[in-house]
Write a protein that binds this ligand. Structure first.
Ligand code: PLP
Length: 373
């Protein structure tokens, strides 16, 4: 039987100093959350974002939770959240006993629609979480202006957008704080891991306190607050530092892949809506995500299944969080996000793809869309 090649949707690249740095941890036995790589990774990643401080965490989700707690989110508060995101964004609000209030997408970049924020502000609203979806930055200026006017915090969920830029500045440097993930399928990875970055030294200290079980930094085994163990290990930070050393190559490769997709998918015409990059944006192309056009009669899930048959792994766009069982209590409707979610799929996006692979994926996608034309 001929062995069929499977093209995975994502694939980490561990091509630099990962092994060397991990060996150092093993040799010196600094494998837990104390060790030189944790502060080195925090400092280097914060510098990469153009922000003063980084606080490394065990995941992007725990980074979100810590950031919301440090920003003062409490039981009964409301936080405005885009509905089109990975569920962790909303879950972190719930962990604080607060309520996510879901905001519809704008149709160009699929990020939260700044024009839909104000109508959802109530006396309980404390802040806004902005997600840079699939690596395209959200339009920060109107969001920051509105937040200032209403005294709300802005927290960036940049878990998918390492290195993306808004008006020439890296994402992660706009909000009171920003959160990144280093899960295995993100732009750089530590296996599991995350980070909060901020310019606010008081916020940094709160984040550190809460991350380390709430132990008073001046008085060992004295716990003034209930904290968490959300620490990143030195082993993970060693991998993270090595990954960060290569991030420019990873970002360039993603940009190249996006260009190849654009070239090879162009012949599909209005069967597909391709991702755009606004004039003020630099996309990080975490996942090259397309929408099926109205002309395609097959459902998105049928197209995904057909591609899987051809050995191509894809995935559906996130279900809008407001339709998921834990969040579907209020009958809010977000028609733009619902339409994107129904027609969207992410194609393989990782550094091991060649132009030949991308061209093959485009050919298969055309076939998958046409089978019922
Ligand atoms: C991946 C992701 C997270 C969560 O990160 P983990 O490291 O998986 O906990 C949060 N928000 C968004 C938008 C993500 O894509």
């Amino acid at each position: 039987m001929k062995e069929r090649k499977i093209i995975p949707i994502s694939h980490p690249v561990l091509a630099g100093n990962e092994e060397k740095y991990v060996q150092e941890c093993l040799r010196t036995s600094w494998i837990s959350s104390i060790g030189r790589f944790v502060p080195l990774f925090e400092e280097a990643f914060a510098r990469f974002c153009g922000v003063a401080y980084g606080v490394a965490t065990s995941s992007g989700t725990t980074a979100l939770h810590l950031a919301l707690l440090a920003l003062g989110v409490k039981e009964g508060d409301e936080v405005l959240v885009p509905t089109l995101t990975y569920v962790a964004t909303a879950n972190a609000v719930r962990y604080c006993g607060a309520h996510p209030v879901f905001i519809d997408s704008e149709p160009r970049t699929w990020n939260l629609d700044p024009g839909r924020l104000e109508e959802h502000i109530t006396p309980r609203t404390r802040g806004i979480i902005v997600v840079h979806l699939y690596g395209h930055p959200a339009d920060m200026d109107p969001i920051l202006e509105l937040a200032r006017r209403h005294g709300l915090f802005v927290l960036e969920d940049a878990a998918q957008a390492h290195g993306a830029e808004y008006r020439g500045r890296k994402v992660g440097s706009f909000g009171a704080a920003a959160v990144f993930s280093f899960f295995g399928n993100k732009i750089i990875t530590t296996g599991e891991g995350g980070m909060v970055v901020t310019n606010d030294v008081a916020l940094r200290d709160k984040l550190r306190l809460l991350r380390g079980q709430g132990m008073d930094p001046e008085r060992r085994y004295w716990f003034p607050v209930v904290g968490y163990n959300y620490r990143l290990t030195n082993l993970q930070a060693a991998i993270g530092l090595a990954q960060l050393e290569q991030i420019q190559s990873r970002l360039q490769e993603r940009r190249q892949i996006a260009q190849w997709y654009q070239k090879h998918l162009a012949p599909l015409g209005d069967r597909l809506v391709l991702p755009r990059e606004e004039s003020w944006a630099r996309h990080s192309f975490w996942m090259y995500t397309v929408l099926l056009g109205d002309r395609v009669k097959r459902s998105r899930d049928e197209v995904i299944d057909a591609l899987a048959e051809m050995g191509i792994e894809t995935r559906p766009v996130f279900y809008p969080v407001h339709v998921l069982p834990p969040y579907s209590g209020n009958s809010s409707r977000c028609p733009v996000a619902e339409a994107i979610a129904a027609r969207g799929l992410s194609l393989p996006t990782h550094s091991l793809l060649s132009e030949e692979d991308v061209s093959y994926i485009a050919t298969c996608l055309k076939r998958a869309c046409e089978e019922s034309d």
